[in-house]
Design a protein around this ligand. Structure first.
Ligand SMILES: *Cc1c(COP(=O)(O)O)cnc(C)c1O
Length: 295
């Protein structure tokens, strides 16, 4: 499969004299973007090993995971189906689902109650299909952790602070696994994008067995998942214009905002080497056009 790995490491121009590097996983592929490719890599290998050629997965109507799965499956020559939470929506109203359909994914719109029991949905609708392979929402799995751990091998070993945004914490668990495996001194700073993000530490420990070198910053959620503020929208505009790097309001903008805020409060030593993982997800901008009306 053609995938642009290892992704580049780029220095930010405009960070008040401090060296901040960005691991551009957003450049892996426009659609199988960022951490979603890292998470899918070993899931696809697992399906292949079991000779399953039909991935069945789950997501909301603006899920980066769905587009990534649809695009990865078409590249790999696999069928894909997704249970989409909520009422049916037309392509006119949802660019993400339009892309899923273009990549050949079949969409099954599912009410919120039925959506809760994913295993049951899979078992009732795909009992007959010997080729169907269950992939959890967002790709959360030990395979995903393994794929994300590989990011560490593509980075310099002397990083003091590595930052990432977290939804489920699976990506962060992979990064921490990679740091521990290599015995690095790097601290992993995680920015949960949901309110009450303390649960992420437990999610990470489930995979890593411990939280040594993990620092959670739970105050940069901006009100919760997919919530924004005029301040965050301004930040996105200024950052993108200054750096030529797009960031999205759901994940990466909250992470870069946190880095800038910590930097302004004197959190880092001048000699500290900082890396931010750009996890991609830029199509998320398309679902939030209304937030940018005033820019
Ligand atoms: C899905 C996603 C995340 C969150 O990843 P988790 O492994 O669920 O924590 C972060 N950034 C982007 C851009 C994403 O699409």
């Amino acid at each position: 499969m053609f995938i642009n790995i290892p992704s580049p490491l780029q220095q930010l121009k405009d960070f008040a004299g401090h060296q901040v590097l960005v691991k551009r996983d957003d450049l892996i592929d426009p659609y199988v973007s960022g951490n979603k490719w890292r998470k899918l890599k070993y899931i696809l290998a697992g399906a292949d090993a079991q000779q399953k050629n039909h991935l069945v997965t789950f997501g909301g109507a603006y899920s980066n995971h769905l587009v990534a799965t649809a695009a990865a499956c078409s590249k790999a020559g696999l069928k894909s189906t997704a249970f989409v939470r909520g009422d049916a929506v037309s392509c006119i109203h949802n660019e993400m689902l339009m892309l899923c359909r273009l990549f050949g994914m079949e969409l099954i719109f599912t009410d919120r109650l039925s959506y809760k029991n994913k295993k049951l949905l899979f078992e009732t609708q795909f009992t007959e299909d010997q080729n169907a392979f269950f992939v959890d929402e967002g790709g959360a799995s030990p395979e995903a952790v393994k794929g994300c751990a590989e990011i560490i091998a593509e980075l310099p070993e002397d990083i003091d602070h590595l930052f990432c945004a977290a939804g489920t914490g699976t990506t962060a668990a992979g990064l921490l696994t990679g740091i521990h495996q290599r015995g690095l001194k790097t601290k992993l700073h995680v920015i949960p994008v949901l309110k009450g993000g303390d649960f992420i530490a437990d999610e990470i420990s489930k995979y890593t067995g411990g939280t040594a070198q993990l620092i959670l910053h739970t105050d940069y959620h901006f009100g919760g998942y997919a919530k924004t503020s005029p301040d965050l929208i301004d930040f996105i505009k200024n950052f993108t214009a200054a750096e030529g790097i797009l960031i999205d309001p759901v994940y990466t903008a909250k992470m870069f905002y946190a880095i800038e805020h910590l930097h302004a409060s004197g959190y880092f030593k001048p000699s500290d080497k900082i890396v931010a993982l750009h996890t991609g997800g830029l199509l998320g901008l398309l679902g939030m056009k209304d937030k940018f009306e005033q820019i």
